[in-house]
Design a protein around this ligand. Structure first.
Ligand SMILES: Nc1ncnc2c1ncn2[C@@H]1O[C@H](COP(=O)(O)OP(=O)(O)OP(=O)(O)O)[C@@H](O)[C@H]1O
Ligand SMILES: [Mg+2]
Length: 263
């Protein structure tokens, strides 16, 4: 009883951040001893904020996201997600192919403890939210790549988490589908007021989506620089303001890549 009350009190206190990454370092065992992948990363995501994490391939973006997700532990430093376990979405949709779109979402609802009689309606609502009404009974192989990522987004939203972690979720899609999903994600984010930490190595995508872009250096990954994106939403990827800021960020990213001899 006391625990329940403490939890309720905790929930009602306004959180100052959705995620707090404090002086986080991460090393993995390598052929010549421990390899430092992330070095002293400090970063907050505010409630309702949309942050993109940008960096060259191999700089540690997924490693950092996995730490925030609680899938791995930092070697040093602390990670707090006061709103509870974050929802996750990857490049691969990771839907169960033997379940329909609706049942994939219902599974997430069941794991969250939503009563059976409410799950069907809630799954339909979530499919509406990602503009997939009518897809409830469709199996994964009947859906296009873009539709699968919409279902994956609906399933992530089914977790009712305050923080959504996304690791290059649109990287495998063609440019037009990706563009449509950028619009959808922006709309869903504004409607739900979720906090989003979105990983990408696509500069335009980072600027198109985020309120703040954080650039990581490579080997080891450190916060190299960050930009507040003041361009009003909804934005288009071809907007001149998006292009202008992208050019500036790309220059910095190129500098990081040159410094560390990556592609
Ligand atoms: N579990 C692990 N064990 C050992 N090394 C790892 C592990 N996970 C990641 N690494 C190493 O950490 C570095 C960063 O990997 P990570 O996957 O985080 O990069 P990334 O920035 O997400 O790259 P990409 O843009 O290609 O997805 C790489 O050198 C990788 O080999
Ligand atoms: Mg990655």
């Amino acid at each position: 009883m006391a625990t329940t009350f403490a939890k309720a009190a905790e929930k009602s206190a306004p959180a100052t951040h959705a995620a707090r990454i404090g002086h986080v370092s991460k090393s993995f065992p390598g052929p010549s001893g421990q390899q430092l992948v992330l070095d002293d990363i400090t970063l907050d995501v505010a409630p309702g904020e949309f942050v993109t994490l940008l960096g060259a391939s191999g700089c540690g973006k997924s490693t950092l996201l996995n730490l925030v997700a609680g899938l791995d532990s930092p070697s040093e430093g602390t990670i707090e997600t006061p709103g509870g376990r974050p929802a996750l979405m990857f490049q691969e949709h990771a839907l169960f192919p033997w379940l329909t779109a609706g049942k994939n979402i219902e599974l997430a609802l069941r794991l969250r403890g939503v009563p059976r009689q409410e799950r069907g309606d809630r799954a339909e609502e979530l499919l509406d939210l990602v503009r997939l009404s009518g897809a409830y009974g469709k199996r994964v192989h009947e859906l296009s790549g873009g539709m699968r990522q919409r279902v994956a987004l609906a399933r992530a939203l089914a977790q009712d988490s305050q923080l959504l972690l996304m690791d290059e979720p649109f990287a495998a899609l063609d440019a037009i589908t990706r563009d449509v999903l950028h619009d959808e994600l922006t709309r869903v984010w504004r409607e739900t007021r979720l906090s989003v930490l979105f990983v990408t190595h696509n500069v335009r995508e980072a600027v198109r989506l985020a309120e703040r872009v954080v650039l990581l250096s490579s080997r080891p990954g450190r916060v190299a620089r960050e930009w507040t994106v003041d361009i009003p939403q909804p934005r288009r990827i071809e907007d001149s303001a998006v292009a202008e800021l992208s050019v500036e960020i790309t220059e910095q990213l190129r500098g990081e890549i040159r410094r560390h001899g990556q592609r």
